[in-house]
Design a binder for this molecule. Structure first.
Ligand code: FMN
Length: 179
């Protein structure tokens, strides 16, 4: 697929159904390719935790209990939604006590995830980066197994493409200002 077309036509997929399955071998090979994202100092500051379709119900139940304690309706809604997804990654990045290096790490992860989403799009898969509030909670970190020196950058849901979503034109207001 042509790069320009891939960039404009990749869409965040937000509708899921139970029959969504992913080719895990393919997805993992795309993760390897995505690491060719620029990363300063070649620190490769990313790590992904994979939750397979089979594991999602157990994972979602634990996450829902910790994220929406005492609200069984919200728990159920969350579980119903995510169990439809084909598979998911929790995106982690290396936290660096140095300001500059930390900024570089965070931005490198953005480049890495965009690479991965474009590659998945190119292979006919869909994806959506998700950053719900609860990813910052210690209970969530514990469920996932996040190390103390890692930031949680959200989830990457792996899905099928949704042909009903249209290309979202960008506004690009004040994109470039002449100095
Ligand atoms: C860092 C990041 C976090 C995001 N978090 C969420 C989220 O929590 N929930 C959601 O529905 N979409 C989330 N998105 C997807 C964006 O909302 C989506 O990219 C935007 O709607 C533009 O649509 P497109 O990606 O299809 O072009 C996130 C995207 C990024 C880059």
């Amino acid at each position: 697929m042509e790069l320009k077309k891939a960039i404009t036509e990749r869409r965040s997929v937000k509708n899921y159904d139970y029959e969504m399955y992913v080719d895990e071998e393919k997805v993992f090979s795309l993760v390897d390719l995505a690491t060719y994202a620029p990363n300063h100092g070649m620190r490769e500051p990313w790590r992904l935790v994979y939750i397979s379709k089979k594991q999602i119900p157990e994972f979602a139940e634990k996450v829902a209990e910790s994220a929406f304690a005492n609200d069984s309706e919200k728990q159920e809604k969350y579980i119903n939604k995510v169990t439809k997804v084909g598979g998911m990654f929790v995106i982690l990045s290396k936290r660096d006590p140095r300001q500059k290096e930390n900024l570089e790490n965070q931005m490198a992860v953005g480049a890495f995830v965009q690479n991965l989403m474009l590659l998945m799009h190119d292979e006919g898969m869909g994806s959506c980066w998700k950053t719900p509030e609860f990813i910052f909670r210690p209970t969530f970190r514990k469920i996932v197994g996040v190390n103390d020196d890692e930031e949680v950058n959200g989830f990457l849901y792996i899905t099928e493409k949704d042909s009903s979503v249209k290309v979202m034109e960008r506004k690009n207001k004040s994109l470039i200002t002449e100095w």
